[in-house]
Design a protein around this ligand. Structure first.
Ligand code: HEC
Length: 148
């Protein structure tokens, strides 16, 4: 656990430092995509267990959930003004409907917080159900604000 926390703080430090140095839109795009990739990696691990593609490992699941909950705080700052064009799948609507975008980000944070909590109990069925809720929160934003 301690080691995970250390790694997470290291990740936060690196990304924040990078953000401070990087004012260029292409760096903001890389930053948010990188954060989402970490989220996606960990989410995929849990989904594989939920679907029975991999045996359920309560500790691994809880670790994945903790990382996703932590990382869920990071992408928003990567959606800087001027980074709506370039090598990105983000739709320009994000910057026109920022309140809704933020609300969907917040909803996702709440669901993955709940996931991290339930994952710690080691109950597979409850963890699987909450993973589904969290997945819906990802999808709600992707459907509206992300290009295919
Ligand atoms: C509030 C909106 C929002 C929420 C919530 C959200 N995403 Fe995304 N996600 C985006 C946008 C926008 C992009 C495209 C970013 C870009 O290309 O600049 C993206 C990109 C991604 C990518 C591709 C990263 C890459 O470039 O390779 C993955 C993977 C991903 N999201 C996973 C998730 C998962 C898993 C969740 C839920 C736990 C989630 N996202 C929740 C908006 C969201």
């Amino acid at each position: 656990m301690k080691r995970v926390t250390c790694l997470l703080y290291a990740a936060l430090f690196l990304t924040s430092a990078q953000y401070a140095l990087a004012q260029k839109p292409e760096d903001a795009i890389k930053y948010r995509q990188g954060v989402f990739r970490v989220i996606g990696w960990n989410f995929g691990s849990m989904a594989a267990m939920a679907k029975g593609k991999r045996p359920y490992d309560a500790e691994q699941f809880a670790r994945n959930a903790e990382i996703v909950a932590f990382m869920s705080r990071l992408p928003l700052e990567g959606f800087t003004p001027g980074s709506e064009t370039g090598d990105t799948k983000a739709k320009p609507e994000i910057w026109l409907e920022m309140d809704d975008f933020k609300a969907k980000m917040k909803k996702m944070q709440q669901e993955v917080d709940a996931l991290a909590k339930v994952a710690k109990t080691g109950n597979f069925d409850n963890s699987k159900a909450q993973l589904g809720e969290a997945g819906q929160a990802c999808k709600a934003c992707h459907d509206k604000f992300r290009n295919k």
